[in-house]
Write a protein that binds this ligand. Structure first.
Ligand code: NOJ
Length: 496
């Protein structure tokens, strides 16, 4: 039976009404609860969205090579095209403009700017691509928040000397950083030198599940590597590469360009599995081995330590999605004592048949808004209230039909609840200066390929068409001018 036009209209009205109810009744949190200078944005990374993997003189990155190896990516996909942002970036910047964001966090593909590392020329097409992005953002009053390394590097540096396992990488990374500061620093004032080095090391050298895929038994099943040793060597070189880049920025650029530099860490919150001293200690060990190890490692020479001190951070970026239970495996036996290598803990989202929070499509990502308070307070206290940005927070949906993906009320709820907790912690004095939703677009989710969607915009990976999800409409409303005015009014009232 064919539907009558008026019943279609009625249905549309009902859907629209439902949508309005779902969105308009969500008034628990709004922009006015944050300081007026607080930056709201969205985040992406080059490998996950750009595609154009051989366009514009780019060389192969370690992730290009790895994702082409059979069996590495769950759905057998790669990121050769991904969102084709390389060709569609202007359209994507328009999407951000419609959202009304203040800032956009993205990363620079090292293999696009320096295809042969420091052994070849700077690639003018790569520089031009990022110049175009930065200029298009600024015209729309969106601040670029740039990451130098989001896991990817030119494969050549892996083949030539083993990338992070060699101290030579410090020279290459320093050079790459300098090229970027020189080319873009007149317009970029927020630099994250690394994104989630703890994840890069953990997956690349302990479990062997990210490139370069190195590990040893019992952590993983790799043909080469040493999980007991290499994570430390790689971390050592990575931290010193960070210090090299920071030193270059401080010496030659910061004064004239006036920017800030920081590092972005993957930062789940941890809670004791049982309320016992052993599990409480296990939480501390997890934080130390997962979050803080990047800032404290053995065997630095006096000169290296000096460089590290000079390279201290202007901000800390916190990528926070989930909270997990931690069980001690040092004083008691566990099913698997290896969740975090030498921390001897077992991480889980489940206890006595119940989950710590609602599950999402991402394994180990549960919805636990109180974790935002835990992690922000930890960073505030441990790092003397260094300025912080929540550089990622996002909700994972399973891949599915467009109609199921667009009405993403769970994502809206997720952000509202995490933001409500964040606004409270800020009110209590944590110096958090911004919040970025992961992600602007559905994109290539590393080992899961296109099976998991984090975007505010749905992407049809066949046609590359972008469609705003309900969460995009919600974010636009959250960021609306009215709400900005509320924030300004509130501060001026405070001042009176
Ligand atoms: C953190 C990473 O920075 C990003 O690349 C990834 O897609 C998200 N987490 C979601 O897993």
């Amino acid at each position: 039976m064919r539907s009558q036009p008026c019943s279609i209209l009625l249905r549309l009205l009902l859907i629209h009404g439902l949508f309005l109810r779902l969105t308009s009744s969500r008034t628990t949190v709004h922009r006015g609860q944050f300081p007026p200078s607080f930056l709201f944005g969205t985040a992406t990374s080059s490998f996950q969205i750009e595609g154009g993997y051989l366009q514009g003189n780019k060389s192969l990155s370690n992730w290009d090579v790895f994702s082409h190896m059979p069996g590495k990516i769950e759905d057998g996909s790669n990121a050769d095209v991904a969102d084709d942002h390389y060709n569609l970036f202007l359209e994507d910047i328009e999407l951000m403009h419609s959202l009304g964001v203040d800032a956009y966090r993205f990363s620079i593909a090292w293999s696009r700017v320096l295809p042969q590392g420091r052994f070849g020329e700077v690639n003018s097409e790569g520089i031009e691509f990022y110049n175009n992005i930065i200029d298009a953002l600024l015209v729309r009053d969106i601040k670029p928040f740039v990451t130098l390394n989001h896991y990817d590097l030119p494969q050549l540096l892996e083949d030539r000397y083993g990338s992070w396992l060699s101290s030579e990488i410090q020279l290459d990374f320093g050079y790459f950083a300098q090229v970027c500061f020189e080319a873009f620093g007149d317009r970029v004032t927020y630099w994250s030198i690394f994104n989630e080095p703890n994840v890069l090391i953990y997956h690349g050298y302990l479990l062997g599940t990210y490139p370069p895929g190195r590990c040893s038994y019992p952590f993983g099943n790799c043909s080469y590597g040493d999980s007991a040793l290499e994570p430390y060597i790689a971390t050592h070189n990575l931290v010193l590469s960070h210090a090299t880049a920071a030193e270059i920025y401080r010496k030659y650029y910061q004064e004239k360009q006036g920017g800030m530099i920081g590092i972005v860490i993957s930062a789940p919150w941890f809670e004791p599995y049982d309320d016992t001293p052993a599990d409480r200690l296990a939480v501390q060990r997890s934080l130390a081995f997962y979050f803080a190890c990047i800032s404290r490692l053995p065997t630095y020479s006096a000169e290296e330590r000096k460089k590290l001190l000079e390279g201290k951070l202007d901000f800390i970026g916190v990528n926070h999605y989930t909270t997990l239970y931690v069980k001690d495996c040092m004083f008691s036996s566990c099913a698997s004592p290896y969740s975090l290598g030498d921390a001897f803990v077992y991480l889980t989202g489940e206890k006595d048949g119940a989950y710590i929070g609602e599950r999402t499509a991402m394994p180990l990502f549960f919805v636990v808004p109180r974790g935002m308070e835990g992690i922000v307070t930890y960073v505030k206290e441990r790092y003397n209230n260094t300025p912080m940005f929540i550089t990622e927070n996002g909700y994972a949906q399973p891949a599915g039909a467009i109609k199921d993906s667009l009405n993403d009320t769970k994502r809206i709820e997720y952000h509202e609840n995490y933001l409500a907790v964040l606004s409270e912690v800020v009110r209590k004095g944590a110096d958090v200066r911004g919040y970025f939703i992961w992600s602007l677009l559905d994109n290539f989710e590393w080992l899961h390929g296109y099976l998991i969607r984090f975007g505010l915009h749905y992407v049809d990976f066949q046609t590359l068409k972008r469609t705003p999800k309900w969460s995009a409409t919600w974010y636009t409303e959250f960021l609306s001018e009215d709400n900005k005015i509320r924030a300004i009014r509130k501060t001026s009232t405070y001042k009176m």
